[in-house]
Design a binder for this molecule. Structure first.
Ligand code: KIV
Length: 265
């Protein structure tokens, strides 16, 4: 199998083949993730919580992201690697370009992910015009947790749903080549996935997106609390990490994950 590129993911979307995405932050898990046949690895700033023990993703630095992205990219074989732009690393288009440059040149990322809609459009245009592939991120934005007041479903009322839809189209028009939708109602996620030409990856967004992403430690059940409702513990049934990762890929591909019990209304 050839290396996964954005062209591979676009073809998968058109063919209706689901895209399996997982977070990773180090070499050993990445080797197992590769063996499981994952399509995309996201070096998420969730590492601030699951690796570093912070209460939120806000303390994560660009150097942290470069370090963990390089750990992953060093042993990556086939999967495409996306790295998060951490909090306060993309306040202006120029700052965002510096951050993306480090994540791609030093870290080895193939794409960068930016949280937010309308306020990010100028930055997304700036990056994509300079050969930086961008993945957008809408819905629940963990970097805005203190504004949101908690980790809650977004886009429940009509006004919020319309804003997310507008932002999704705006990001695509600005040049974003992928989109993550986090914690939004399934119907909204399904509608956006149909409307956009770019692959849409859901987390807590129902079964109708073009692919699914989970935080690695959540799907292995090794986070401190029970984890959100949309997560399934794949390790509990599979018995070991390698089998759990393969079961996740299989379940995404055959559409059995997420099931109804993982949906957020
Ligand atoms: O940081 C992260 O792991 C993420 C996922 C939750 C999509 O952004």
């Amino acid at each position: 199998m050839g290396k996964v590129t954005i062209s591979t993911l676009n073809r998968m979307k058109v063919a209706g083949d689901k895209i399996a995405v997982i977070t990773s932050y180090d070499a050993s898990f990445t080797r197992q993730i590769e063996r499981a046949g994952m399509d995309v690895i996201l070096v998420g700033d969730s590492l601030g919580m699951v690796v570093q023990g912070h209460e939120s993703t806000l303390p994560v630095t660009v150097s942290d992201m470069v370090y963990h992205t390089a750990n992953v990219a060093r042993v990556r074989q086939r999967a495409m690697v996306i790295a998060d732009m951490p909090f306060m690393s993309h306040g202006t288009p120029g700052q965002a370009l510096d951050t993306a440059g480090r994540l791609m040149k030093e870290g080895g990322a193939h794409m960068v992910k930016i949280e937010g809609g309308a306020p990010q459009l100028e930055t997304v245009r700036h990056l994509t015009a300079r050969a930086v592939p961008v993945c957008g991120h809408l819905g629940l934005l963990p970097q805005s947790i203190h504004q949101l007041g908690g980790y809650r479903v977004q886009g429940r009322d009509d006004e919020a749903a319309e804003r997310i839809q507008r932002d999704a189209v705006g990001l695509q028009d600005a040049g974003a080549q992928m989109l993550v939708l986090e914690c939004v109602p399934s119907l909204l996620a399904a509608d956006i996935s149909r409307r956009l030409a770019i692959p849409v990856i859901g987390i807590g967004a129902g079964a109708e997106t073009d692919g699914q992403v989970l935080v690695l430690y959540d799907m292995l059940g090794i986070t401190i609390d029970d984890g959100p409702r949309f997560v399934r513990n794949f390790l509990a049934d599979a018995g070991d990490v390698q089998a759990a990762l393969s079961a996740f890929v299989q379940a995404v591909k055959d559409g059995s994950f997420p099931a109804e019990e993982h949906e957020l209304a």
